[in-house]
Design a binder for this molecule. Structure first.
Ligand code: SPV
Ligand code: MN
Length: 623
């Protein structure tokens, strides 16, 4: 029997909340909410229309329910996730499809009908004893071409609180849109809890229904699995962008400031834990976003917008010297969520890489902690989890760019691809053109794995555009969309690669953490054709004299010729090895555009020729 939606809503909602929903004229909204109230059977439902009082109420609920605890500084809180729930669960994140699609590589798809049945069986009565929060948000600036309206249903006040910091509240946008339009939908149920963390981790499910743009997250709390609007919505955005001719990317967005303080906008795609957030927040420049950007063609030029308005950033390694702006915010009162860090008995915060004395004891994701404590496998437990995060609003940062909410986004001048690569890519390199950049940089991105997802660390993985975890369309088609997007531009952005993780023969890092400030300035000048470059078989690299000057100007450091030669020598043997790996991957991917192999092959040939003529490791002074 069809569900009497209005009856469910009238019965379960207070009069006031019912009238909030009635103001939204889109019946699909009512139907979706009623359906999951009926399934999940929460004790209470709270419809949020984004008033200040409501948002404060949700924060209070997070404390009252024990989902978050207060820290010493006013406004700062900490939630913990289960020790087994500290990263994105790739194995249990599945894309639901009706017909088996050949994605080119295994993207963990499964049969939609079976999966929906499984999820709906699990959801039955799953919110008994809880409050279901009904939330409206907008991905991207509101009332703009970038806007994507979303509804989040969750029984977690922590998820609501996080999304309030990370996304633009969207109740008014839904009211404004009236009857029209599709929206993305997210259903999250924590399931049974024990000591305030999820108990049934083996039943963790993150199911992404592409056909109905609905995500179901069950039995998890970690933000990357539960904050629907983040990486889960990215799958739908990729699907929409594929149909509509734009790009949805795992990219930061920032302005690099050139001569006379001009703002030149860059987007950068890096896999998790590879320096994406720290690049976007670098001192001297201004940030728009650190994680997800939508790119659109506005009359032949690319304009980009941050989907979010906050950051859910890795906290490991954040220190007073390299991250002065963030440091100050983290040590001031304010609405900040620290997840899975170490809390001292006084309510102070500590994490791996914090340049402060390590506390003698505290509480972390694994319980009571003191230095040297071991886990069941006799492995030492770090003070904080390597994937511990901090959630805050961008507007608490003094280096926020003024264009964050521009409904038309910002003009994009450059795109940067970076990964964790110990042996091949130079610290910075420009591609010859859009096609060469898309193929040999973005589509060839590899990275050594990190703690941001569950699983082994330090293994080299193929990660095109740093977006592989979030793809919802065949890989070949996704790359082709980039090529087609560029072909329609009158002046495509320049495409660069960076690598902060190159090591020397002795295994030591060849770069300092702060060097990226110089690469950014170099790229900015390249975009404006104000600096020369050296042509190599793989792209364009900086000249020593330019870097020497920039290192002095930007960092006040002397940059030696030796450093330059070590960092920018072409490692032909390793580079050819990389080309072979990537060529092989694309040979296996059904539906890869033929141009990928052609461009890769040409580059391999150039490398082989150089190797033959100039040797295995070629100094930049040889070109
Ligand atoms: C990442 O891992 O790339 C993140 C955090 O930005 S998560 O929400 O887990 O995706
Ligand atoms: Mn990310």
């Amino acid at each position: 029997m069809a569900l009497d939606e209005m009856k469910v809503l009238r019965e379960k909602l207070t009069k006031e909340d019912f009238s909030k929903l009635k103001k939204i004229e889109n019946h699909k909204v009512h139907g979706f909410i009623a359906k999951y109230i009926d399934y999940c059977a929460p004790d209470k439902v709270f419809v949020c229309s984004d008033t200040k009082e409501e948002l404060e109420f949700i924060k209070k609920e997070a404390l009252a329910a024990g989902e978050e605890k207060k820290l010493k500084l006013a406004g700062q809180t900490i939630p913990f996730d289960s020790a087994a729930d500290q990263g994105r669960d790739k194995a249990n994140t599945k894309i639901l499809v009706s017909k088996m699609v050949d994605f080119g590589l295994d993207l963990n798809a499964c049969d939609r009908v079976d999966a929906l049945e499984e999820i709906h069986t699990m959801l039955k009565g799953m919110m008994k004893g809880r409050t279901l929060y009904v939330r409206f948000f907008s991905l991207g600036p509101k009332n703009s071409e970038f806007t994507v309206p979303c509804v989040q249903l969750t029984d977690s006040s922590y998820v609501c609180h996080s999304e309030d910091l990370l996304y633009r509240q969207g109740y008014d946008e839904f009211v404004r849109r009236g009857r029209s339009g599709d929206f993305m939908k997210f259903v999250h149920a924590q399931g049974e809890l024990e000591n305030a963390v999820c108990k049934n981790i083996p039943l963790r499910r993150i199911y992404i229904d592409l056909e109905d743009e609905t995500v179901f997250t069950l039995n998890s709390q970690y933000g990357g699995n539960t904050i629907g609007l983040k990486k889960l919505a990215l799958r739908f955005a990729i699907q929409r962008s594929d149909q509509e001719g734009w790009l949805a990317e795992h990219m930061f967005l920032m302005a690099v400031h050139g001569p006379k303080n001009r703002s030149t906008y860059f987007a950068g795609a890096f896999p998790s834990l590879c320096g994406k957030t720290s690049t976007s927040m670098i001192k001297g420049e201004t940030i728009i976003g650190d994680d997800i950007a939508y790119l659109r063609n506005f009359e032949g030029a690319v304009r980009a917008a941050n989907v979010e308005k906050g950051i859910f950033g890795i906290i490991q390694g954040v220190n007073s010297v390299d991250d002065p702006i963030l440091w100050k915010v983290l040590h001031s009162p304010g609405d900040i969520i620290f997840s899975n860090i170490l809390v001292t008995p006084e309510g102070d915060t500590f994490w791996i890489g914090k340049d402060a004395p390590a506390p003698a004891k505290g509480v972390n994701f694994a319980g009571e902690w003191s230095p040297g404590k071991k886990d069941k496998k006799d492995k030492e437990i770090p003070s904080s989890h390597p994937n511990a995060r901090v959630t805050l609003e961008l507007n608490s940062l003094e280096n926020l760019d003024p264009e964050l909410d521009n409904p038309e986004g910002v003009p994009l001048a450059g795109i940067i691809y970076g990964g964790r690569d110990s042996d091949t890519w130079p610290p910075v390199e420009e591609s010859f053109d859009w096609v060469h950049g898309v193929i040999t940089k973005g589509a060839s991105l590899e990275s050594e794995t990190t703690a941001a997802t569950l699983g082994q660390e330090g293994v080299r993985e193929f990660n095109p555009m740093a977006n592989i975890d979030f793809l919802s369309i065949p890989i070949g088609q996704y790359i082709n969309n980039h090529l087609e997007f560029g072909a329609k531009l009158s002046k495509p952005p320049k495409i660069f690669s960076v690598n902060y993780f190159l090591r020397g023969k002795d295994g030591k890092w060849l770069n300092h953490k702060t060097d990226k400030a110089v690469w950014l300035k170099w790229m900015e000048l390249r975009v404006h054709n104000e600096i020369d470059a050296i042509k190599t078989p793989t792209g364009l690299i900086p000249k020593y004299d330019d870097l020497k000057r920039l290192f002095k100007d930007v960092l006040g450091r002397d940059y030696t010729k030796d450093d330059y030669i070590n960092q920018f020598s072409l490692r032909t043997r390793w580079y050819i090895g990389k080309m072979r790996r990537i060529e092989e991957i694309y040979r296996m991917i059904k539906g890869s555009p033929a141009i990928i192999s052609e461009v890769l092959e040409e580059q391999t040939e150039r490398l082989k020729k150089a190797q033959k003529e100039l040797g295995e490791v070629i100094s930049p002074e040889k070109w």
